[in-house]
Design a protein around this ligand. Sequence first.
Ligand code: BES
Ligand code: MN
Ligand code: ZN
Length: 494
Amino acid sequence: MAIKVETQAAQRSNADVLVVPMPKTKKGAKLAHGGLDRALGGQLKAAFVNGAFSGRVQETRMLVPTGGVKAKRVVLCGIGEKDEFSEECVRRAVGAAARVAGRSASVSIALHAVPGDAARAAEAAVVGWRLASYKFTKFKSDRKKGRPAGLSLMTSTAKAAATRAGAKIGDAVAQGVATARDLGNNPGNYMTPTILARSARAMAKATGLKARVLTEAQMGALGMGSLLSVSRGSVEPAKLIILEHGRKSKSRPTVCLVGKGLTFDTGGISIKPAGDMDKMRYDMCGGAAVVGAMEAVARLKLPLHVIGIVPSSENMPGSKATKPGDIVTAMNGKTIEVLNTDAEGRLILADALCYAQRYNPGLVIDLATLTGAVLVALGKHMAGMMGTDDASMGALQAAGRATHERVWQLPLDDDYDAQMKGRSADLHNIGGRHAGTVTAAQFLRHFTGDLNWIHLDIAGTAWDDATRVYNKGVGATGYGVRLLTRFLQERARR
Ligand code: BES
Ligand code: MN
Ligand code: ZN
């Protein structure tokens, strides 16, 4: 549903729920939204004066209007002090408001008191609202079927055009995130490589992207022995999903996005312990982020040539499964001794990264739930970033700060290769206890040729079941969609 932009004061809203982001103000300072306060009979000012509400980030306060304002509920949400203000304050504030607002047919968000760039504020408000409202209810028999609430943004005439532009961006980004979350949240029996490929095709058809899906036979003909060694133990055939946006251009080199699409990772013959194994449904979240980012890029019609590549497989034990010690050959001819079948992500990425080279891209970014070790290093707040292109890594870091999908750089260095030097083959696929995240990336480097390449290990950020914030506590977070979309937007601007 399209987002309306209204150039009116907040108190004129016709919506059921009126959300009002408010900065934290010193006692005695003039309050924003004086007109709304008068229409509410002084309730707004009173909330500040008597300490019921201070404007702290994520603080909310529900007011029930008595005449004067049509909304049934007014939800104040704090965006914090002016000097600590960022887009994230708006996303969190509006997200917190969405959680307390309850179900309603229509919502207005009054952005008059939000400082900074009006387009970014509008984008953040839409993203915060939509992401906090996200629920994965597909398998709940009592799910409520109602339509999502109609959303409008209220602002001044001066900021209307920027607000409209920002709302459009927020809408596209939120849609991409929802797609990535839906793909990630489906359990293994509803998300196989075949289903992932079908979903990607359907998204491509709806948004005008080109889509191609390679079969195991086609991958075999290309020499993708590394990727195919992972799907051998499963009855579900592997797929290589390719999405294409825009046209090749000389001035703006192609960007490839590669995402690990392991629809379920049991570990294979090197099987994982039973506890929490269900979480390995999320092992395709890198692939989901690529599909979601491609959707956002397509909806935004970014003037860039972007290729999304998702190698997808299950990792299962089975009588045909790859066994520890088996030797396989990747598309570039390198041989790999598979000492641990649970280090499968790097095996499917190896061939996908070789394949990416045929597009002659200026940059390749891969996203993968690759190592438990990145959780030890960085926890759930940042993805590990390693790569060969310092300028693009700087830009990615900036996009991460702006979208709050943050990345933190870890090293790459040939000295780590010693940990993976093969005995009978060129390489083995594990690097021992030390620096597990770095050795996984260093392994991938053997398949990137001379590409400008960035690897993001998203094993810590791809899902979160605990904290209830707009971007957490929702199962699959869709991490990467906002980061990549912002990064590509900035790149298209150069
Ligand atoms: N998908 C896992 C990584 C993972 C672990 C993601 C925990 C999220 C949470 C990956 O395929 C894997 O199993 N990695 C192994 C590598 C090891 C065998 C070298 C790991 O991290 O334990
Ligand atoms: Mn694994
Ligand atoms: Zn895995």
